[in-house]
Design a protein around this ligand. Structure first.
Ligand code: ZN
Length: 194
């Protein structure tokens, strides 16, 4: 499976848009906001969209994506979105590009936050739960709760993670387990970066 970030070249602040490609299937994990739309609309097709949580910087382009590609959309709380979507619950499995990902409900940054984990490859999509270099999601917004965030990071810390792809910042493809531990320590100690 190929994974690339479609966000990042525009001027607007946006969440990452992880573009997964394999087995004739195209998946987006979050769809970003603003001029990152320009990199999405160049795709040939989008079959599935997973929303890690419903903050605008992750979902703002969703209506345009649905209009152009008509994909299946999945989220923990579909009612928070402006398009029709299917519900994902804790423990569900979803097949993306031929690989099975397990859904973890990970509140603390926002109530409808999820992470998706593949035990085959050790890949996790973490949304705004954790970021590279010991970063973690801010908990000073609506629905933010530091204790819940710490519990959620502990769920991910128990997994055998080889790489993670978060809602902001670069992919972490080396020493991912160490990075998650650093995020957990930092969440217990200090104020967030994002
Ligand atoms: Zn967020």
């Amino acid at each position: 499976m190929e994974i690339e970030n479609l966000a990042g070249n525009g001027k607007d602040f946006t969440g990452n848009i992880w573009h997964l490609e394999a087995s004739d299937e195209t998946v987006l994990v979050d769809v970003g906001t603003g001029d990152s739309w320009n990199s999405i609309k160049g795709l040939e097709e989008v079959d599935n969209v997973i929303i890690t949580h419903s903050h605008y910087d992750h979902v703002d382009n969703l209506e345009k994506v649905v209009e152009l590609f008509d994909p299946e959309v999945y989220a923990y709380e579909p009612e928070n979105l402006k398009v029709e979507a299917s519900k994902l619950s804790e423990g569900d499995s979803v097949k993306l590009c031929g690989e099975s990902f397990k859904v973890f409900h990970t509140p603390g940054h926002k109530d409808d936050s999820i992470c998706l984990y593949s035990s085959d490859s050790g890949i996790v999509f973490t949304g705004d739960l954790i970021f590279p270099d010991g970063g973690f999601g801010r908990t000073d917004l609506d629905e933010g709760d530091r204790d819940k965030l710490i519990e959620s990071i502990m769920k991910i810390n128990k997994l055998d993670v080889k790489a993670f792809y978060s809602g902001h910042g670069e992919a972490v493809e080396e020493n991912a387990d160490r990075s998650i531990k650093a995020s957990l320590q930092a969440a217990k100690q200090r104020t967030p970066k994002y």
